[in-house]
Ligand binder design. Structure first.
Ligand code: SF4
Ligand code: SF4
Length: 302
């Protein structure tokens, strides 16, 4: 199924230290509402079956996002909203937001939670938001963003103590998080395949990867184009037919790094987006991989 991360606005009401937003990117890029409606119609024409409203904090624009969710529902598109939970200060306020989203057909709410988010948003908000979802029958989960350090044990325990549904998610080494010290990790020698859902930014640039993809600015490897020059269908097809992207999806970053000459013991020290950055955000390395995309890499499958 085609899915897309929809960046309605880059505006956020807090400034997390780990955010992938870079400080030199304007904070208040926003799509025109009528344009967002037209894009959703075009997404439906291109058989996009899932839209995740993300980027800055989407629920700053609750009324508009609720209307866009309703529009998606009319087209049979599954919707998710990714939020920091600022709107859930009390159970009553949480209900008023959740009921509105539910009435407009929201499929799922994803609340972000971490020791960085919670410097600005009381953790009680996350509890209020989750309990409101449970009470009002809205599917939800919590993204517990972590660097896997011991400092996060108590942060995680709060979720367990309150029986909340959560999934740990590694911080992405991009934007403000680039200032964090690189903490080597040691994991299994895993494939690190990515499904790579495209991300549409408020300025209508589309990227092939919705996580760190817009930050590979040395090579612009994941930049697919802009909707002012191309249709959604063209950009989606570009994403789906690019040979290197398909190797990322099917072979995985780890085997590609090994092919490119990285030692196995080095590979296991990187999180996958960091490894991806090493492979595709350097012009020299990217040039080699592009040359090999149809030859050497094709025979590098087990
Ligand atoms: S991580 Fe999310 S909540 Fe925090 S500043 Fe970035 S967009 Fe806002
Ligand atoms: S590993 Fe690469 S393709 Fe996968 S999410 Fe990270 S930046 Fe995107």
């Amino acid at each position: 199924m085609r899915k897309i991360a929809f960046g309605y606005s880059t505006r956020c009401n807090i400034q997390c230290e780990h955010c992938v937003a870079a400080d030199d990117i304007p904070e208040n890029l926003k799509m025109e509402f009528h344009q967002a409606r037209e894009i959703i119609a075009e997404l439906a024409d291109s058989q996009v079956g899932g839209v995740s409203f993300t980027a800055g904090e989407p629920l700053i624009y609750l009324d508009e996002i609720a209307e866009l969710v309703a529009l998606c529902q009319g087209y049979g598109i599954y919707t998710r909203v990714v939020t920091n939970g600022f709107w859930a200060k009390t159970p009553e306020l949480a209900d008023s937001c959740i009921v509105k989203l539910k009435e407009n057909g929201l499929s799922q709410l994803r609340m972000s939670y971490s020791r960085w988010h919670q410097k600005n948003i009381p953790r009680q908000n996350i509890l209020n938001g989750a309990q409101s979802c449970e009470k009002n029958g809205v599917d939800y989960f919590i993204s517990f963003v972590t660097d896997f350090s011991e400092q996060d044990d108590a942060v995680e325990q709060y979720l367990r103590d309150n029986s909340l549904k959560f999934f740990p998610e590694p911080i992405i080494s991009a934007g403000r998080a680039l200032s964090f010290a690189h903490l080597p990790i040691h994991t299994d020698y895993q494939a690190n395949c990515c499904s790579m859902n495209p991300y549409l930014a408020p300025n209508l640039d589309m990227y092939a990867c919705c996580d760190a993809g817009s930050h590979f600015t040395n090579t612009n490897f994941f930049h697919l184009g802009n909707l002012k020059d191309s249709s959604i269908e063209q950009l989606l097809q570009k994403s789906e037919t690019n040979r290197l992207y398909n190797h990322i999806r099917n072979m995985g970053i780890t085997a590609m790094a090994s092919f490119a000459g990285f030692k196995a013991r080095e590979i296991i020290q990187y999180r996958k987006c960091e490894l991806c950055d090493k492979l595709f955000n350097s012009a020299d390395m990217l040039g080699i991989l592009q040359q090999e995309a149809q030859s050497g890499l094709n025979s590098w499958y087990r």
